[in-house]
Ligand binder design. Structure first.
Ligand code: PMP
Length: 466
């Protein structure tokens, strides 16, 4: 069923692709490829499926871009946005003003955040929120006279956004190669045992070693020069890398010991992904600042921000200077209305409990079966996040040569079978909607398996030179 109730005209796919090529520079896209091959043109979405302009139905196991945790069909959120726009379409929150939508959204977010959080600073995206974090930690230390505390410790392969500042916090070298990163950021070992673990090293030992790399860096730089440590509780864009279970408590203790603020970037792990509203609660840590975005509005509006602990907000509230930072769309009324309605639905539909007791365990059980495939060296899941590692040799976990692009071949093969997964090198990842049903999880796993079988065929043909 086509939605005729939209301002977007109807065109053939070839026409859309031509218009796309003529007018649209895409994010994270190799433009020579899209120009040559044409983009996949998405026309609409419903439930957990996206539909191309040609009517192909694809199960989107990435929830848009880790955004639509409640699926694509939540008309209540659309209605809330519409109502808000007809009531107060826009006003700012600068200069001692506040509108009711932002106040209500802030208060509701504080309610669902970990207990020690008592304030929110809004932004329009995760990148903006992490830029805000840099400002917040600087002000926190500067206003207490600790002006040398400038360094932020982050992890290799982390993703914290794509503004210059947030991408500098990120640890993706292919991004750094295209711009000059900010100074005062130091990267340490990522807690990714499949890639970084040593032979025979236990999960606990690896967790200790990865946490120790944080402390080693603090000592190397001098604790008086280190403002904060930032990390995604579970690395998302870097490949759904789930840390050893001892890692976060150790990192938290190290930060406390050296008087370094801890920032949890929960842009992906927030809003129910692990079965807790925030993964900080899952790992039982109390970060000083928590970044959120994406699923805060179920992806219906652009909203990000920082959840601020009492410890930090107390210092900022006592600051004599004006906090010299803000975005025009900080707490946009429509985005705030979407966030409020999203939280209503989480509560009404017991989404967290569903992830913890029902669909999460089912997803884990079914997704684990992918590990039987000859191409898969490891399967990881946590809540509604999953990853599979593509390997050449299942016994030794030897990888394919990078020129083989095995991960991309799997991604293309599963897409041909009607499933969106994302390839991060030779890791394939999945972050389905928290509202997905069991039949749809079966469909996801079946399609992934078909894609893996086709990949095996393609690789063996390529290998035999056919
Ligand atoms: N932090 C994390 C952990 C993310 O995954 C992302 C986006 N994938 C961001 C920050 C940046 O968010 P945005 O794209 O909304 O700027």
């Amino acid at each position: 069923m086509k939605n005729s109730n939209t301002v977007i005209p109807t065109r053939t796919t070839a026409e859309w692709q031509a218009l796309d090529n003529a007018s649209f520079l895409h994010p994270f896209t190799k433009h020579s490829d899209i120009r040559e091959e044409g983009g996949r043109i998405i026309e609409r979405a419903e439930d957990v499926y996206i539909y191309t302009n040609d009517g192909d139905k694809i199960l989107d196991s990435m929830s848009g871009l880790w955004c639509c945790n409640l699926g694509f069909s939540t008309p209540e959120i659309a209605d809330a946005v519409h109502q808000q726009l007809t009531h107060l379409p826009f006003y700012n929150n600068f200069f001692q003003c506040a509108h009711t939508a932002a106040i209500e959204a802030a208060s509701r977010l504080v309610d669902v955040a970990p207990d020690h959080i008592n304030n929110v600073f809004f932004a329009g995206s995760g990148s903006e929120a992490n830029d805000t974090n840099i400002r917040l930690v600087r002000r926190y230390w500067d206003s207490q006279g600790k002006t040398d505390k400038r360094y932020i410790i982050a992890r290799e392969n982390a993703y914290h956004g794509s503004s210059i500042a947030s991408a500098s916090l990120g640890g993706m070298s292919f991004m750094h190669d295209q711009f000059h990163t900010l100074p005062n950021v130091a990267h340490v070992l990522q807690p990714y045992q499949f890639g970084e673990g040593q032979l025979g090293e236990s999960e606990e030992d690896f967790g200790r070693r990865a946490a120790q790399s944080v402390e080693d860096k603090i000592i190397e730089l001098g604790a008086d020069n280190v403002a904060a440590m930032i990390g995604e509780p579970i690395m998302g864009a870097g490949g759904v890398r789930i840390p050893p279970s001892n890692y976060w408590k150790l990192v938290e203790a190290i930060c406390n010991k050296h008087d370094v603020l801890l920032i949890a970037d929960e842009v992906i792990t927030g809003f129910g992904r692990t079965g807790k509203m925030f993964a900080s609660d899952y790992f039982d840590i109390k970060p000083d600042l928590i970044t959120f975005a994406k699923a805060a509005t179920n992806g219906y509006q652009q909203l990000g921000g920082v959840l601020v602990s009492e410890k930090v907000s107390k210092v900022l509230m006592a600051d004599e200077a004006e906090f010299a930072h803000g975005y025009t769309f900080n707490g946009h009324p429509a985005a705030c209305a979407a966030a409020i309605k999203t939280l209503d639905i989480f509560e009404r539909d017991n989404i967290l409990q569903r992830v913890r007791d029902d669909i999460g365990p089912y997803f884990a059980e079914r997704f684990a079966t992918l590990g039987d495939h000859p191409l898969i060296g490891e399967v990881r899941t946590i809540g509604m996040l999953g990853a599979i590692e593509v390997v050449k040799d299942k016994q030794t976990n030897e990888r394919f040569h990078k020129d083989v692009n095995a991960g991309s071949i799997v991604k293309e093969s599963v897409t041909r079978n009607g499933l969106i997964m994302r390839a991060v090198g030779d890791t394939l990842i999945s972050a389905p909607q928290l509202t997905i049903n069991k039949q749809q999880v079966d469909e996801l796993v079946d399609k992934a398996l078909k894609g893996l079988d086709e990949t095996a065929e393609i690789l063996s043909k390529n290998h035999s030179g056919e």
